[in-house]
Design a protein around this ligand. Structure first.
Ligand code: PMP
Length: 293
């Protein structure tokens, strides 16, 4: 039995959820997306995800054909149609059907797709033992080429780096900015713990303003942990007390080895553990209800 998919205003069986070969989302990666989590029958930080999506659309001059409220309603309806209480929701807006040229004006109607599925959780051992990272040779796209605030359908920059990590046999990798500063991971933001403070790269060097990143910064500040957004290079990563990743799917995952260097004592650290615990409490204590409460 397949999923029920939201496609352009209708809930349809997965087997009927099809887009045209002339959709510029397919032809050029012209479109944007969000990856969202539901916990315990509520959608986590839905407003933030919708803000990021609609701001991206504004920049791309892409008129999403539904309001934020309609999108939120459609997303919850898609979750209900699939009986999702804890899951992963993919929201996609494509430029829509056009001709074989680049010009987006040839695509009058963007398509909206919502997929709500059970989440394939990361292995528990990533959280208890930590994971290993490499630094990828592929540099992050510079912000003056493509604004990192966008989550475009074309993810080739990140996929090129992901190919490097899988070839190296590790699950994630660090991407540097064009001038060699640490930017983020292929699909997650990156944090260091240095002398009890959290350090993360500033957004202007070209990393995504992750919703999890923002939530973790808020949690750290509530715990009285100093948070600094500053530039650093690989040397500071190798010598950090703790390193962890943040992302919607990952939540917080400790990294215990980077480019063969053990981080701290080579096991997940206490600050990461404390913030993960707080994050898990947060995800279960707020959110947009999917079902009548
Ligand atoms: N960076 C990149 C490149 C990503 O794709 C993601 C996942 N969307 C993140 C960071 C983490 O962002 P969020 O916490 O909003 O999932």
């Amino acid at each position: 039995m397949g999923l029920t998919i939201y496609l352009d205003g209708e809930l349809v069986p997965e087997s009927e959820a099809k887009v045209s070969v002339f959709d510029h989302g397919l032809l050029y990666g012209d479109g944007i997306f969000e990856g969202i989590r539901a916990y315990d029958g509520r959608v986590f930080r839905l407003d933030e995800h919708l803000d990021r999506l609609y701001q991206g659309a504004q920049t791309l001059m892409l008129d999403i054909p539904v309001s934020k409220q309609e999108m939120s309603d459609a997303l919850c309806a898609t979750c209900r149609a699939n009986d999702i209480h804890d899951g992963y929701i993919r929201l996609v807006v494509t430029r829509g059907v056009g001709d074989l040229g680049l010009d987006p004006r040839k695509c009058p109607t963007p398509s909206v797709i919502i997929i709500a599925a059970q989440i394939a959780l990361y292995p528990e051992k990533y959280y208890t033992e930590g994971l290993e990272l490499i630094t990828c040779a592929t540099r992050r796209v510079p912000p003056d080429a493509l604004d990192p605030a966008l989550k475009p359908l074309n993810y080739l920059n990140n996929i090129m780096a992901k190919i490097e990590t899988t070839r190296a046999g590790v699950p994630e990798g660090i991407m540097l900015s064009y001038d060699g500063y640490v930017s983020e991971c292929t699909g997650d933001n990156l944090f260091l713990v240095v002398d009890g403070a959290l350090v993360t790269p500033p957004l202007h060097i070209g990393n995504l303003k992750g919703i999890t990143r923002q939530a973790v910064i808020g949690l750290a500040e509530a715990e009285g942990i100093e948070v600094r957004e500053e530039l650093f290079r690989s040397h500071q990563v190798y010598n950090a007390d703790e390193v962890f990743l943040t992302g919607t799917a990952a939540e917080l995952i400790p990294a215990v080895k980077v480019d063969g260097r053990s981080i701290g004592d080579g096991t997940p650290g206490p600050v990461t553990g404390k913030l993960l615990e707080r994050f898990q409490q947060l995800t279960r204590s707020e959110g947009t209800p999917i079902y009548d409460e």
